[in-house]
Write a protein that binds this ligand. Structure first.
Ligand code: ZN
Length: 312
């Protein structure tokens, strides 16, 4: 029996029967029933929903053995994590190369950036690349590239604020204690923005509960605490938190909606509003892809690397 029929036969007994008809309990009865009469309305939807629910349950069960994979799955499942997948590449800022898209897709699926990697990283961490395929996003040897990723997101936000008619300064120095990433003026409002990007499957985050946006919320709280008392009351503080798998923190999402509202209210109707969420989302994945690709080069060039493939 082909795999699909095997899967279907395993879920048939658990499919709920709508009141209008009795769902067959086996493949054989399915064919004998509907060979004689047409299928009832919504049968395909009922079967697909049950099939997908069964797949999701078995996948969640398989994640129980891997805290890193579980956190990656929860983060990548958040609805704000997929703007880079749903936008059309109509501008350079929304365009990814084939290599970048491949690496970003592998990250989203929690797969290693390459099928041919050593078993461990050159940093000699406890993480095995097979059990933590996204290790390069938390590797201490690639810390400088994560800083570059942070700075590129800061500059993109600055550029987007300028495009919608605001004024923005990167790393303003006239606050005696705080050193936020951006000082932004949007007509009648002023903001201090500090960007933070967290990697939910990093070993340092595995102590946190496996909940949606847990790293973003933790980062927001930490930023608010850090800047507490050092920001003039006339400014709104925005802890702009992102997770590497793409999810926006609650405050960042609200800020992006605010930018979107301003762009729609004040830009001439002849100008299309800039794709704010998609721009940030695409840039984040492009930067992730760059870090992952440099990680591959790093471990392959290490003289101490044993080099059996992760793939048997
Ligand atoms: Zn490493």
């Amino acid at each position: 029996m082909i795999p699909l029929l095997v899967s279907l036969s395993s879920i048939f007994p658990s499919i709920p029967s709508p009141s209008s008809f009795s769902t067959p309990r086996s493949i054989e009865s399915f064919w004998s029933t509907f060979a004689q009469s047409p299928p009832p309305p919504r049968l395909q939807r009922i079967l697909t929903a049950s099939f997908e629910s069964s797949l999701l349950s078995s996948h969640k069960a398989s994640l129980a053995a891997s805290p890193a994979a579980l956190r990656a799955f929860i983060s990548a499942s958040h609805h704000t994590s997929r703007h880079w997948l749903s936008c059309l590449p109509t501008a350079p800022a929304l365009t990814m190369s084939s290599s970048e898209f491949s690496l970003a897709s592998r990250l989203r699926l929690f797969l290693p950036p390459s099928d041919a990697l050593p078993l461990s990283c050159s940093c000699h961490s406890d993480s095995r690349l097979a059990s933590d395929p996204a290790h390069f996003l938390s590797c201490r040897l690639l810390k400088d590239l994560r800083r570059v990723r942070h700075d590129r997101v800061v500059r993109l936000l600055s550029s987007l604020i300028h495009r919608i008619g605001g004024v923005c300064q990167v790393e303003p120095s006239h606050f005696p204690v705080a050193r936020p990433d951006l000082l932004a003026f949007l007509f009648d409002q002023s903001f201090l923005v500090d960007v933070v990007i967290s990697h939910p499957s990093a070993p340092s985050h595995l102590v946190r509960s496996p909940l949606p946006l847990i790293c973003n919320k933790y980062a927001e709280t930490r930023k608010v605490s850090r800047y507490s008392g050092s920001i003039p009351p006339s400014f709104d503080f925005v802890p702009f938190a992102l997770e590497t798998f793409g999810a926006f923190g609650p405050v960042a999402a609200i800020f992006m909606r605010k930018l979107d509202a301003v762009s729609r209210a004040f830009l001439p109707s002849s100008l299309p509003p800039p794709p704010l969420l998609a721009s940030v989302s695409v840039l984040l994945q492009k930067c992730n892809a760059f870090i992952l690709s440099r990680g591959v080069v790093l471990v392959r060039s290490s003289p101490s690397s044993s080099f059996p493939s992760l793939v048997p």
